[in-house]
Structure formats: structure tokens, C-alpha cells
Design a protein around this ligand. Structure first.
Ligand code: TMP
Ligand code: ZN
Length: 413
């Protein structure tokens, strides 16, 4: 099996009228941290281009890296992030109150259940649960914590097997729908699982936020799709399903929670029309909006590099804060490597001691910041946790240390 292919038709409407709207250059998979610098010869890079379907307005990657290659050893763990765990706690309560209060018999199924953090919240509320998780390490971990988890990629065949022994009332999928290559087999599987009266709820980063806040670094090989409501409607309608509600969430730089059921099962809320109007008014259905976005991304890159060169000319030393996947996209796209950044700190033990892909910057435990201060500037790569990190690093800032926030506009604070 080849590691990489180019998409030749739209993932939702199958039109071949796809055009490239942003080229982020050749990039290593954004989560592929390097264990040891002697292994650099094995490093691989793939093109990374964002495309737009002129027929249905679906924004999607044009370059598809084989999923076995991307997900075989997955380092991202939901439970490692406090704001996400809080989000899941409220999420489970809301879904339980709205849809599961009088239902003790059926199961809540999560697709891409990671380490089981969300299912745990449903379990605490008394629900029966089942997770489907492709990463072997995570599925094992969840099962050890008594969160019943099947280790596989989700497909319509998996759905057929599940309904033989279980009634599913609610299916949830968080930050995984954007990873799915075959959206049609996926939605077919959902239709099988939810039957006549079940509900499918998914959360994905919202394209409108990505464009407005210039979050271009959230574009990477794992994220094949960038959703707005308009193409989602086209997608689910092909399966006689319907969106009955949509809600905005603040996590991951701006997320939407989309509620789906069989056509006619639940009356549609006004939120659907409101979102569609907003998307149209903002121009998410027009190519010009994306051309402007691409120009803004180019401008951001030059401003950021200019700022960094100024700091270097003042003899400041620059370190990086956080080694998330998106940080690696930003570093690679802007050619900011180990010659510019001395090191990066990250709280995740699994990342410490490794090196960033493509840019080969060492990653250390946050204690490396201890004697940093007035001569140092920290480039905030994990900008989604800005408030938390600024609070945690009060001492660094008291000693005169500065943060450089890259997005949406490079700013020193
Ligand atoms: P995420 O955006 O994919 O959740 O990744 C955020 C990264 O930032 C993750 O590797 C952990 C790291 N991080 C810190 O190093 N310090 C912090 O205070 C926080 C909140 C995150
Ligand atoms: Zn299309």
C-alpha cells in the first residue's frame, strides 16, 4: 500500500471540480515526533494543500496520507488536557438530560473514543457505553480502566456487527469526523447504528473560525475535512438523515456540535437556518473568501518572520511553548527550525526528550524555563491554551520574559 495519494474527487459530492486554495509546502506528518536525531534519514514529508469543491463548497485536503501511517502510534491523549475533560463532563450531562433521561437499556457508542475520557462521563451518569478506537495503545488503556472499547477503525461493516447485539440510542464522535477518508461508508454506518429514532452527535472544528482567526496551522494531514454546515447538509441528505440542531462550542479554537437523526424524526431548530445565513453572509460559499484567507496566511508568515529576525538582532533567545501538531505545521511552513529556536517545552511526558518533525528542535520538561527571563521570548505554539499558559508562566513573565503569540496576528505580550 502506498503511503500517499492525491484526491481527485470531492469527498462529499464526488465532483472533480476541486481547486487548491492554500499550499503549505511539503510537511512531515505533524504528530511524528523524532525519537533520536540519528533517525533523520527516515524522515518523510508529503505535500499539504487545502482544496475547495466548486460544486458543494466542501473544504478538504488534496493530499491524503495513508491512515495506517498516521495513526499507528497515536500520542494525543484526551485526558491530558484539563479544559477538554471539563468540556466532556458538561457535554455528557447535556446529552444525558436532553436525550437519555428515561433510557437505561440502550448504549451510547463513541467513534474514536481515544482513552475513554468522554465515555467515562457517560458511565458516571449510569449509561451503558461502548468505544471504537483505532489506536491500539489507547484502546488497551481504556479497557484497563473498564471503559469497554473495541480496537478498530469504524466502518459500515463494524456498525452491522454492533447492532446484532446492541441497541444504540446515541452515537458521538468528537474531533474524528475530520479524520475520516471515506465519508460515505462512514455515514452509511451511522445510518445503520441509529436506525429510526437514534441520534448522532459530532463535534468538529468550525471552518468559519479557522478562516476568521487565521488558524491555518490546524490544517495537517490527519485533518482531511474542514467543515461548515452547508456541505454537511448535502452529505447527510444523501442518507435520508437530517440535521436537527447545531451549537457553537469554544474548544479547539472554535467548534460546532452537530445533531443528526432520521429525516422527520425530530423537528429542526432555528439554529440550522441561522448558521446557514451566517455562513452565506461571511462568504464561505465563495472562492474569493479563500483567496483572501490564503493571502492573509502569507502575510502572517512574513510578519512572524520579521518579528523573529528583529528579536534575534536584539540578541534575544527564542524558545517554543508547547509541541502540539499545529505547532509543527507553523514551524515547518515558516521554516523556523532548531537554528532559530533553542528548545521547546511541553508538559506531555511522552513528548519530552524527542525532537520536532522537519525542524528538529529538542522538546523538554517545563522546568527548562526556570532560569529564563528578560532575555528570552517564548513562541506560543499551543495558542489554544493561551490563558492557562500565561497564568502558569507568571514567574517567567515577572522575570521579564515575553511571549510571542503567532496567531491571528504576531504579537508580543
Ligand atoms: P493540543 O492543542 O493538541 O491539546 O496540544 C497542546 C500541547 O501543549 C500539548 O502537547 C500539551 C502542551 N501544553 C503545555 O506544554 N503546557 C500547558 O500548560 C498546556 C495547557 C499544554
Ligand atoms: Zn463537493
Amino acid at each position: 500500500m502506498s503511503d500517499y495519494k492525491i484526491r481527485n474527487k470531492c469527498g462529499i459530492c464526488s465532483s472533480t471540480d476541486l481547486i487548491s486554495i492554500l499550499n503549505l509546502g511539503k510537511q512531515p506528518p505533524a504528530n511524528s515526533l523524532i525519537d533520536d536525531l540519528t533517525l533523520l534519514s527516515q524522515e518523510v514529508k508529503f505535500p499539504l494543500r487545502l482544496g475547495f469543491c466548486k460544486n458543494c463548497c466542501f473544504v478538504q485536503l488534496l493530499d491524503i496520507v495513508n491512515k495506517e501511517f498516521l495513526f499507528k502510534n497515536y500520542l494525543y491523549m484526551t485526558s491530558g488536557s484539563k479544559p477538554i475533560v471539563q468540556h466532556f463532563n458538561k457535554y455528557a450531562k447535556d446529552i444525558h438530560d436532553d436525550f437519555l433521561k428515561n433510557d437505561n437499556e440502550s448504549t451510547v457508542l463513541e467513534i474514536g473514543s481515544n482513552d475513554g475520557s468522554l465515555l467515562l462521563e457517560f458511565k458516571k451518569l449510569g449509561c451503558k457505553i461502548l468505544g471504537i478506537e483505532p489506536a491500539q495503545n489507547l484502546a488497551k488503556l481504556a479497557n484497563e480502566l473498564n471503559i469497554s472499547t473495541q480496537n478498530s477503525f469504524f466502518s459500515s461493516n463494524v456498525a452491522k456487527e454492533i447492532i446484532k447485539s446492541k441497541k444504540i440510542s446515541v452515537v458521538v464522535a468528537n474531533n474524528v469526523v475530520g479524520h475520516i477518508e471515506d465519508l460515505h461508508d462512514f455515514m452509511n454506518g451511522i445510518k445503520i447504528l441509529i436506525g429510526n429514532d437514534g441520534i448522532f452527535i459530532f463535534e468538529v472544528p468550525y471552518l468559519n473560525d479557522l478562516i476568521k482567526k487565521l488558524e491555518f496551522d490546524t490544517i495537517y494531514h490527519e485533518h482531511l475535512s474542514y467543515f461548515s454546515l452547508l456541505p454537511i447538509i448535502n452529505w447527510v441528505n444523501q442518507y435520508e438523515l437530517e440535521i436537527f440542531d447545531i451549537k457553537k462550542q469554544s474548544v479547539h479554537g472554535g467548534t460546532i456540535r452537530v445533531f443528526i437523526t432520521k429525516k422527520g424524526n425530530i423537528p429542526q431548530k432555528n439554529s440550522v437556518k441561522t448558521f446557514l445565513n451566517e455562513e452565506h453572509n461571511y462568504g464561505l460559499d465563495k472562492i474569493e473568501t479563500y483567496e483572501k484567507f490564503a493571502q492573509n496566511v502569507l502575510n502572517l508568515k512574513s510578519k512572524l518572520l520579521k518579528k523573529i529576525m528583529e528579536l534575534k538582532s536584539e540578541n534575544k533567545s527564542i524558545i517554543g511553548y508547547g509541541a502540539p501538531a499545529k505547532g509543527n505545521v507553523l514551524l515547518n511552513y515558516c521554516n523556523i527550525d532548531h537554528k532559530i529556536i533553542d528548545f521547546i517545552i511541553d508538559t506531555t511526558p511522552l513528548k519530552q526528550g524527542k525532537f520536532t518533525p522537519g525542524t528538529h528542535i529538542p522538546i523538554y520538561h517545563p522546568s527548562k524555563m526556570e532560569n529564563k527571563g528578560s532575555n528570552d521570548v517564548s513562541l506560543l505554539l499551543a495558542w489554544n491554551y493561551k490563558n492557562e499558559i500565561l497564568e502558569n508562566e507568571k514567574l517567567f513573565r515577572d522575570r521579564g520574559g515575553k511571549f510571542l503569540i503567532p496567531i491571528p496576528e504576531p504579537t508580543i505580550i
